[in-house]
Design a protein around this ligand. Structure first.
Ligand code: F6P
Length: 500
């Protein structure tokens, strides 16, 4: 359910993100352009605010156009679309167009081939190329130019508003400097904030990036820089101190740069908690708890998620505890991601083979230990798997935050399950009532699974209630409010629910 968001007039939110808050597809046969809403928590929380404050959303449309092709107009939302994104009118969208080659160098090459593995502390996988970096710079400039266009538009519509620019994620770490430079000429007061959705690595790893200084300087053009955890904030402050010789105050989260004071804040993202509770309460039963014991994994197919280690841990559980044979199965739902990138294709093959190997090794006439789904499933169905699973196995090798564990917690509306969680997720910093483990240590994960499967009801309830209290309080509304507060914006009032 979406509530009316009351926003003050003074700020107009301009969100800048690689992807728009909905997916645009062009039918190659009819040429028709369609707009499909996205259900992600971030979009659900941010979209209603953009809609209400007459703000803008700057992002790539997902469609490539040739040099002589006229881009299609952005479609309005379908009248039956009741999602929060539907409130954003086409005129509020500022599309970024880019030619295919440049975009691939920027996104597949620089973002996914270099920055993604490095920021997840997997430097051996990172590939750095000057060509990719040049296109990363160029695409960031493109986004920045479009943002300046958006700034001018919101001011033309209302000269009293202050544009509040909120840049998202590792794809756009340089955009702030061009935005600041170009908007100086207009003499419009602007506020710029940034949020990183992935980890920020320690200095020794970050400095491997050949363009680490450019990235720091780009980010420092913002007034507020948000990360998921205190640990990432400290890593960032440390890098600014050591690489740029900035004066810093670690405990206050302040960096001095070009006579400005930049605020660095931990703002752990949450989920639309109440929505997941509602989905879990309404979802049909898909697993019979009385006869089936399910260990559940849900991830995008990404090497950071530790899917191979996880399967090996389940294999080890069956080896060490044959009493689970024919009693327990592991259900892994894997969502396709970045399918153009070779490493992701290779990983898919490796997972397919390992699933086959484990099933071949342990299956009996009536039972197979691993059920593997490769594809997207609707959120309502996902909620029923979360609710009915006995254990959630969430073991990324490294993860900025991880929302799967939070969604699982919200969906425990009946007999509570147990969360087995990797220490190397941002979520683990607060979710101490989970069974925390190192995904690199296969035996440890297998033993955590055994402990989870054996845990008495009283302990499960105690742990789960405590996790639920925290996640309900720190939901995505709270995250949005924290950011607005750090930006000294009056767009949201405390405790104002954007989504329920
Ligand atoms: O976790 C960071 C993130 O950018 C998410 O926001 C997103 O869901 C995921 O990585 C995959 O991103 P993309 O498909 O845009 O590369």
């Amino acid at each position: 359910k979406e509530e009316n968001v009351e926003v003050a007039e003074q700020d107009a939110l301009i969100v800048v993100s690689n992807r728009l808050p909905f997916i645009i597809t062009k039918n190659p046969l009819t040429g028709d352009v369609e707009r499909k809403s996205s259900a992600g928590g971030l979009v659900t929380a941010v979209a209603p605010v953009v809609a209400q404050c007459k703000g803008k959303w700057v992002g790539w449309t997902g469609v490539f156009y040739g040099p002589n092709e006229e881009p299609d107009p952005i479609p309005e939302a379908d009248i039956n679309d009741k999602t929060p994104t539907a409130g954003i009118k086409a005129e509020q969208i500022v599309p970024v167009y880019c030619d295919e080659k440049r975009f691939k160098n920027y996104y597949d090459g620089c973002c996914n081939g270099g920055l993604w593995p490095l920021f997840h502390s997997m430097q051996d996988r990172a590939v750095f190329s000057d060509d990719h970096w040049q296109d990363y710079v160029a695409v960031n400039e493109l986004f920045a130019e479009k943002t300046v266009e958006a700034i001018r538009n919101v001011r033309e519509a209302n000269s009293n508003v202050t544009p509040l620019i909120w840049i998202h994620d590792s794809q756009l770490m340089l955009a702030a400097s061009t935005i600041r430079e170009l908007s100086k000429k207009d003499d419009i007061p602007i506020k710029i904030g940034f949020f990183l959705h992935i980890p920020f690595p320690p200095f020794d790893i970050f400095s491997i990036c050949p363009w680490s200084k450019d990235i720091l300087c780009g980010l420092l053009e913002c007034g507020v820089i948000g990360f998921h955890t205190e640990g990432y904030c400290l890593n960032f402050i440390d890098c600014c101190h050591r690489q740029l010789s900035c004066r810093v105050d670690r405990s206050a989260g302040i960096i001095e740069y070009k006579d400005r004071h930049i605020r660095v804040r931990a703002m752990p993202i949450g989920i639309p908690y109440d929505r997941f509770v509602q989905l879990a309460e309404e979802a049909p039963r898909v697993i019979k708890r009385t006869t089936e014991t399910v260990i559940l994994g849900v991830e995008r197919l990404d090497y950071t998620k530790g899917l191979i280690h996880r399967l090996q841990a389940f294999e080890k559980l069956l080896e060490d505890h044959p009493e689970y044979i024919e009693k327990v199965y592991f259900m892994q739902i894997t969502v396709p991601s970045r399918t153009n990138v070779q490493e992701y294709q290779d990983l898919k093959q490796e997972i397919d083979q390992l699933v086959g190997k484990i099933n071949g090794k342990f299956s009996t006439a009536n039972w197979s230990p691993v059920r593997y789904i490769y594809g997207c499933i609707p959120q309502s169905e996902l909620a029923s798997y979360y609710r009915d699973a006995s254990v959630a196995l969430v073991t990324p090798l490294r993860d900025g935050m991880n929302l799967v564990c939070k969604e699982f917690v919200a969906c425990q509306t009946g007999d509570p399950g147990v969360l087995v969680l990797s220490r190397f997720t941002g979520a683990a910093e607060l979710m101490q009532e989970a069974l925390l483990c190192s995904p690199y240590k296969i035996e440890e994960v297998a033993e955590a699974l055994h402990k989870a499967l054996q845990m008495p009801l009283e302990e499960r309830t105690m742990r789960m209630q405590s996790l639920q209290r925290r996640e309900k309080k720190n939901d995505v509304n709270t995250w949005m409010y924290m950011f607005m507060q750090a930006m000294e914006s009056n767009l949201l009032k405390p405790d104002q629910k954007i989504i329920t």
